[in-house]
Write a protein that binds this ligand. Structure first.
Ligand SMILES: Nc1ncnc2c1ncn2[C@@H]1O[C@H](COP(=O)(O)OP(=O)(O)OP(=O)(O)O)[C@@H](O)[C@H]1O
Ligand SMILES: [Mg+2]
Length: 478
């Protein structure tokens, strides 16, 4: 991942220049693309972002300045260096004011060109390092395979932590794809029976007539086809957890039997009168509103209250948009490993797209969108183009609603402040990112001595991840 080449796009109507710069940039470790006109340059950048664009100021068609403005819109982090003859040097200066990194005058000072390329290349490498660091951080903050930094999920995690050691039954409700199964597994994993089985029954997939036999087992001859004694899933899960997924689909007669099992902690195999003691934690999940089902007479009132003693509600993804960047980072990380691709993150445009989508399919849908994008992506970053295919059916939400939740931590609110050390760590990482890994500058920004800053890096376990900077080679002193 660290050896990934940064990308350079050279835009000039003079092909000799494209060849010259291309050759030098390749030698400096860049992945090089070239084009002779501004329109094509923008098209290329939309498809695949570049770290650096070398842009001729004067070209037929749209000018370098126009291209510069569009790049500022589409990909604000992309560095642009203008190329210009002496005649147009004033416009070049103007361009720098507009946000260009620098300008080169033709004919080129090749030494200066090499230096510039080396600087951008090294900074790109450092940026990748910091992003990887953020990925590591996200991974460490996972809770039993679940990512969730906002107050809503933090509350859910807290609930799971408190309940897991004790509960006998629990109900998990939430729309499809919100993570109900992950919560059920977390309750199991953090409970006293984690070494025993976690058995899943998908209640919507069992043939109605086989339900009782599936859950409670049967004896030989209990019904046609029952040629052997058979243990039911309750017995299989004995000592562990039975996960009743889509519990709202249980047929009413089975609901009655389930209630009895929960109350008496014993099962009877179909066709047998002999009760067997079982000790099973029952975790049920539903994506329906069970109270509505109760009101409609489709779900037993008494069973509902028996299960509902502990009710864990999972919010929709659109109600916890602050988690989207963290979920995305975790998924990108996972898929880039799975597909063996050196992806480090998303372009700003792609992040915005995810932040603003409706997400009716919740986290599962986000995961699927990212999976597809990771397969399509080329280079280091997932771009808007990689996402667009699977997001066309996505309704967009009003930007204001999305923006209010766009910043991680912004929606944390007063009610559940993050631990100070976590905030501190995050702040350090952000600062490093801002200054592209330059620790001397980061220390100055944070208002502490360089030595104190190194101590902080060590304290937060960040010191090994960042190589002692190639750019700050002065001795460490306080
Ligand atoms: N907080 C989370 N962090 C990471 N991955 C998550 C999270 N929530 C859900 N997922 C992922 O999203 C997908 C759907 O999760 P899960 O199967 O638990 O949802 P569900 O609520 O059971 O959905 P359904 O009602 O459709 O069965 C899974 O791939 C899961 O790993
Ligand atoms: Mg599920």
């Amino acid at each position: 991942m660290q050896n990934q080449r940064p990308r350079l796009l050279v835009v000039d109507d003079d092909r000799a220049i494209l060849t010259l710069i291309g050759t030098i940039a390749l030698a400096e470790g860049f992945d090089v693309a070239t084009t002779t006109n501004g329109e094509d340059a923008m098209k290329q950048l939309r498809q695949r972002p570049a770290e650096l664009v070398l842009l001729d100021l004067r070209m037929p068609g749209i000018t370098g300045l126009d291209v510069l403005r569009s790049i500022r819109d589409v990909s604000p982090k992309c560095k642009v260096v203008l190329m210009t003859g002496f005649a147009t040097i004033d416009s070049a200066v103007e361009a720098v004011k507009l946000g260009a990194l620098d300008y080169l005058t033709k004919p080129f000072d090749l030494q200066r060109l090499r230096q510039l390329l080396a600087t951008v290349r090294d900074e790109a490498a450092q940026r990748r390092e910091v992003l990887t660091l953020e990925g590591d951080l996200a991974q460490r903050l996972e809770f039993c395979g679940m990512v969730g930094r906002g107050p809503a999920m933090q509350e859910v995690f807290g609930l799971i932590r408190r309940l897991a050691p004790h509960v006998r039954t629990a109900l998990i409700s939430g729309e499809t794809g919100t993570g109900k199964e992950l919560v059920a597994r977390a309750l199991h994993k953090l409970g006293p029976r984690s070494s025993k089985r976690f058995v899943t029954v998908n209640c919507s997939a069992v043939v109605e007539t086989l339900f009782e036999s599936e859950l409670f087992g049967h004896v030989r001859g209990a019904f046609t086809g029952a040629t052997e004694h058979k243990a039911g899933l309750f017995e299989t899960a004995d000592g562990g957890t039975l996960f009743l997924d889509e519990v709202g689909e249980l047929p009413p007669p089975v609901q009655a039997k389930l209630l009895r099992v929960l109350e008496e902690s014993e099962v009877q195999r179909v066709g047998s009168l002999e009760p067997r003691k079982i000790d099973v934690r029952v975790v049920a999940a539903t994506n329906r509103d069970l109270l509505t089902e109760v009101a409609a007479g489709r779900f037993r009132n008494d069973l509902y209250y028996r299960l509902n003693i502990v009710d864990i509600r999972l919010p929709k993804l659109s109600e916890r948009r602050e988690d989207i960047p963290y979920l995305t980072a975790a998924f990108v990380r996972g898929f880039s490993q799975r597909f063996n691709k050196p992806l480090v993150g998303l372009t700003p445009g792609a992040e915005r797209m995810l932040q603003e989508a409706a997400w009716d399919g919740n986290v599962r849908q986000l995961r699927n969108v990212i999976e597809r994008a990771c397969i399509l992506a080329e280079g280091d970053f997932v771009s808007e183009g990689d996402l667009s295919g699977s997001m066309q059916e996505q309704r967009l939400v009003p930007a204001a609603a999305a923006a209010s939740a766009a910043l991680p931590g912004a929606a944390r609110g007063e009610s559940s402040p993050a631990p100070l050390v976590e905030v501190e760590r995050e702040h350090i990482i952000r600062t490093l990112q801002q200054v592209r890994g330059n620790k001397a500058v980061a220390a100055r920004l944070l208002g502490i001595s360089r030595r104190a800053f190194y101590r902080q890096l060590e304290r937060h376990g960040l010191h090994q991840r960042i190589p002692m900077s190639t750019r700050t080679n002065e001795p460490v002193s306080s």
